[in-house]
Design a binder for this molecule. Sequence first.
Ligand SMILES: Cc1ncc(COP(=O)(O)O)c(C=O)c1O
Length: 408
Amino acid sequence: MKALGPIPAGFAALDGELAIGGRKVSVLVKEAGDTPLFVYSRDMIDARLAALRGAMPERLNIHYAMKANPFASLLEHMAELVDGLDIASGGELRQARDAGFLPREISFAGPGKRDAEIFAAVKAGVTLNLESANEAQRALEAGTALGIAPRLAIRVNPDFELRGSGMKMGGGAKPFGIDKAQVPELAKKIIAAGAQWRGLHIYTGSQALDADAVIETQANVLDLAAQLSEEIGTPLPHLNMGGGFGIPYFDKDTPLDIAKVGAALKERFAALPSILQETDFAIELGRYLVGEAGVYLTRIVDRKVSHGVTYLVTDGGLHHQLAASGNFGTVVRRNYPAAIATRFGAEPEEEVNIVGCLCTPLDRLADQAMMPRAEVGDIVAIFCAGAYGASASPASFLGQGPAKEMLV
Ligand SMILES: Cc1ncc(COP(=O)(O)O)c(C=O)c1O
């Protein structure tokens, strides 16, 4: 038997079924038309934001990194809740505008920005988090061509990383950001060229569950921002401190202690150096805001036994939930939280392998999991599906097509 990850708090059983937003999964699937289906809970996102705001210093802005989940209804909802949005492409810029985000709320990070994307961002008045000197030059040229002073910030590649993070995005040679030693000169050049100086972006990693590591990194980020601002010679207008807050996906993962992180940040904010006194601070979070609020529902279409192993074969799989299959940023595959949603809360009775419908051994949703006995027609729930699910999975693989999505 292999353990499953912890089911996020906030899910209840109703008449023996998993309920999301107070409604049974069978009803939600009927409303959507079919499985596979991603369901995102508005209430859980709201609760997450409220708890986070309660824990963090009032002065800290919370931005949403829409790469985690760009589903249109969810994005529209986020536009009401957060103070800003991090985008990573011209495509995300269009989705963000459609969802109602204002250009001044949006910042655009990510290596490899094309000319057309830079042009569109400058024209709209979006802040570009510059990833290279070349990008800075192209952004300034776009501003000249458009007769607009572009809103420019520099993404810094710091010398440190976020300890224990699932994905490290700072420290050493990286395609992200500009090495800290090169930042002051470039910032001075941008300011002298007449751009609107929007400060620094320091993003060091993702999926951290250790509060002490986050606290240490935030302290390093503040120190580095102060040091660079001194060298640039101007107070810092804006500091995007990154994020990296993780969620528990696997057995023995424990939630990030945001009360501890918030308390430490309050202390730091109470003793800021003068060059950061007027700075507008933000963190940008993706999975922490939406990851646990999403459930992937897929129906069992076959039940079979091979060499004594029971397989529950579903109509979904890695083409929608690549991360749960263990093929998106993990070295060793472990089980996400999962349940038989139409027998939610029933006693586990048998060990099963839950697989997808793709003809590849990679398509595994739960390995050697203890579950109540399930039959063809039952619905499986894979939890922690609100981030890096639908949009981060190869939906066209084997001609399967995308899953349905709904916000409830
Ligand atoms: C620049 C940047 N911001 C935000 C994020 C969002 O990360 P997460 O969803 O883990 O919060 C990432 C993730 O890779 C990123 O690269």
